[in-house]
Design a protein around this ligand. Sequence first.
Ligand code: WT7
Length: 650
Amino acid sequence: MSEGQVKPSNPVVAEAHLVDTFRLEEYQTLYKESITEPDKFWGRLGRELLTWQRDFQTVHAGSFANGDNSWYLEGQLNASYNCVDRHAIKNPDKPAIIYEADEASDGRILTYGELLREVCRTAYVLKQMGVKKGDTVAIYLPMIPEALIAFLACSRIGAVHSVVFAGFSADSLRDRVIDAQSKVVITTDEGKRGGKLIGTKKIVDDALKQCPDITHCLVYKRTGAEIPWTEGRDWWWHEEVEKWPSYIAPEPMNSEDPLFLLYTSGSTGKPKGVMHSTAGYLVGAAATGKYVFDIHDSDKFFCGGDVGWITGHTYVVYAPLLLGVATVVFEGTPAYPDFSRYWDVIAKHEVTQFYVAPTALRLLKRAGDHHVKADMKHLRVLGSVGEPIAAEVWKWYFEIVGKEEAHVIDTYWQTETGCNVITPLAGITPTKPGSASLPFFGIEPAIIDPVSGEEIHGNDVEGVLAFKQPWPSMARTVWGAHKRYMDTYLNVYKGLYFTGDGAGRDHEGYYWIRGRVDDVVNVSGHRLSTAEIEAALIEHHAVAEAAVVGINDELTGQAVNAFVAIKEGNEVTDQLRKDLVLQVRKSIGPFAAPKAIFVVPDLPKTRSGKIMRRILRKILAGEEDQLGDTSTLSDPSVVDKIIETVQASR
Ligand code: WT7
């Protein structure tokens, strides 16, 4: 083994699907097949991992160049059948959902049999509300079992779920409801998180004031709070599901029928409704569940991500349920009632795989090792996702949480990729702290020179990351904007899928993700667009111009810092700064709030009016002596004033 590699320890290896003993060659053989004979490889996995109502005939058709990739053609299947029925038939009493509520005492366990009945009743309710195959349904729910039931009820009748993270503001929810043309929205009276109440229904009501096409709002009673009610539009979940039988046949769906939309931020414009299709996405989720996380029949899988993001879609809902194991649905926060909460949950339910973002690990590491006291002997796999994990956090995860027995896997992927794409396989891949290691099956990475657009071959190279071959779970389009899909992902480097991330490949072919090369910032694993935050700031009447940059932050990975130039006649006060933060919370959501706001007389702009964010980043990093050439600025003197403002705030 080469330097810096951590070999997975024996308990993990013994469980792994690919090997008897630790052998990377098994991966290499299968990987090679997946690249040279993708139809054979993915055809076999498709039949092995999913149950089809009608078998497929064509494994793959289409190309990156044409933007028309499709998988498992002529096949028919249903996502909810694959996630629920086939397990409920075999073993109805097996736990499917372990609901770990904000207060530990409020939790409950749902078996596959119970899940099937709940999904069917809810599917009836949606049908009765007029939802038809192909319609989108907006889901604005916290981390409760009903979120999963809602996902599956949609897919059961062929509706397309469009989940909006329940931390988004009313304005953001409104925009997504309108863009997706949803007519039904599902929510709760309130949410409960970290001992605090969140007025979900109130936010939905605010949003729906400007969504005239919404006909029905289905409300799950979580806390029993007094909430506003619109007769004829709002319906209680518990009252509606009572009216219906506990079985409805799953709708046969074509492989390429859309399964869901999930909005994500890009470098420009409004959030994009990334569309995933049914069969390819499900194969990707099940395949990574099996090979990356090494999920076995009796495992208990705990992904701490929210169902409002792709991590929750694929690894709270689809991967564990497709493989028929129990998934932990955790409503709370890692800090409530104290910093032991995750570890208590893991010990209590004998969790075998745990998956979380480095931002949570940084917080817990800082809180102190004494919180990690629980007996977590069943843990075999510790996953990390969403942002680069620093070597010291990786080591803490491995040594303190995993007791050097669980395998730490740093999984790289995106909303658009559907499932892990560069990642170790638990029990198989020797790992290096900070590297996402090697490509998953079917993924053929290329490091591209961003200037020439040419592929850089060989090892020990740096550039931007692209993929050379289509894979089943890749996003198929941006809802209602296929051209935008092409321009963002497939037309940047012709014939390739462009990730938007910088990456290096080391001397052993291991990949190191460097972060976004566009104007996307990653705060606590949440993907934010600087352009969107700027647009929010400009909505405030006092703001003339705004520039937002992401800077490194010890706790959140990156933090949002905003520079605003205000219109003449407005006074710079603390209140104004507070109002501007509020403006962002209102337009996007609390998680996008700038950590610092600098009010400056003017922004550094080129003569053609382009804001030079590079200069702002340098000033924030305290590198004002390395600003480079500022002579192209239309007014170079603004730089000194900005430096003064930043220094005065320190
Ligand atoms: C962006 C995608 C799908 C996971 C949740 C975020 C960054 C993701 C890693 C990792 C370094 C990572 C990339 C990517 N990212 N995983 N293991 N190491 N960076 O999904 O919101 O679609 O964001 O998250 O920059 O492009 P997302």
